[in-house]
Design a protein around this ligand. Structure first.
Ligand code: NAD
Ligand code: AKB
Length: 317
């Protein structure tokens, strides 16, 4: 049995990725690992390990001894949290990546997934339909770490034949677990307040357009990229990926179709400057060409699904 590990498994993406990978490979074949002590109930049907990605020796021992061949490395600080602790964010977002890339270079790991983000772009990047190849001058510590990570992934592929694959995820929207400190989190938070019948105080201004994607599409994209034949992949830094793009005001109008009395007010904070430096929409034609990517969720489908499934009791921990 070939083993897979998801590091950062308790997070917004990790929870759903572990479930999807276990469906595909079997529960025992997919290890969920996270720095958190406790395994979330959703991941209790398979192995769970407390693991700190910054503990290089423990990570190496685990992966070598357990003969783990496929690694999904999700542990990171996201954009808003990273700005509050830049030194640690740089360390966490970079050191773990080197640990895993080195294990692959030495032949212990055969395939790596490492996520990048739309945060790799900056204020000098064309903001509409941002191309795969363009100006990249990120101004956040998170974006700088993701861009550096992309360059290292491509370097390890070119120099050491490491099979590392990556997607520049847009803001991801899901209801299974809460988001972990990003600039796009408003587009998840808003559904909880709408379901609770409360006014939502949005930390971005009403006309801030950002690229977004429903989690089901993101997980499917991840599995499709990891399954794609090696020779079809022309991008070894990270693929642009697009779902749908919208502003807080457009999202509110869509929610109001289901909950007409829903209200939003705007109180932009430090995250507004981050959002203003990011693309409004993404051109993902390379992903469509190379591995037949196509999104399923438009904004109306996404809003309907979120409102049907969001459970405000999640906010109580
Ligand atoms: P998250 O914050 O929800 O989850 C991260 C998980 O990593 C948490 O469970 C946390 O406990 C764990 N972790 C933190 N430090 C760790 C350590 N030292 N060792 C092991 N685990 C540790 O993040 P997410 O939204 O699931 O994002 C996962 C990855 O995808 C990140 O690299 C992020 O940059 C990237 N990404 C996410 C989005 C998004 O919208 N969610 C968009 C673009 C890129
Ligand atoms: C964030 O807002 O930091 C993330 C991302 C787009 O990388 N959701």
């Amino acid at each position: 049995m070939s083993k897979t590990i998801v590091i950062g498994a308790c997070g917004q993406i990790g929870t759903e990725l572990v479930i999807a990978l276990r469906k595909k490979h079997g529960n025992e074949a997919v290890i969920a690992a996270d720095v958190k002590n406790d395994c979330p109930a959703l991941l209790a049907d398979g192995p769970y390990l407390k693991l700190d990605i910054l503990d290089r020796e423990s990570v190496r021992t685990l992966i070598i001894n357990q003969e783990i061949k496929e690694v999904y490395l999700l542990a990171a600080l996201l954009s808003a949290t990273a700005e509050k602790n830049p030194d640690f964010a740089w360390r966490l977002n970079m050191e773990g990546l080197f640990t895993i890339l080195d294990l692959a270079k030495e032949g212990f790991v055969s395939k790596i997934f490492w996520p990048s983000s739309i945060a790799v772009f900056g204020p000098t990047t064309p903001r509409e339909h941002t191309p795969q190849y363009t100006i990249m001058e990120p101004t956040t510590v998170y974006g700088i770490s993701k861009l550096a990570g992309e360059r290292w992934c491509e370097y390890y592929f070119n120099k050491h034949h490491v099979d590392v694959r990556s997607i520049r995820y847009p803001g991801l929207i899901s209801y299974t677990s809460l988001p972990g400190g990003g600039t796009t989190d408003y587009a998840v938070d808003i559904f909880y307040q709408a379901k609770l019948g409360k006014t939502y105080s949005c930390f971005l201004s009403e006309n801030t357009a950002l690229p977004m994607m429903f989690m089901e599409d993101a997980i499917r994209a991840t599995l499709e990229l990891m399954n794609a034949p090696k020779e079809k992949l022309t991008v070894r830094s990270s693929y642009n990926l697009s779902g749908c793009s919208f502003t807080p005001s457009e999202l509110t109008s869509e929610i109001k179709k289901h909950i007409p009395e829903f209200n939003i007010e705007y109180a932009p904070d430090f995250r507004q400057a981050i959002a203003d430096s990011w693309p409004k929409s993404i051109d993902d034609s390379q992903a469509r060409l190379d591995w037949d990517w196509k999104e399923k969720y438009s904004i109306d489908h996404l809003v309907k699904t979120m409102l049907e499934n969001v459970d405000p009791s999640l906010l109580n921990g």
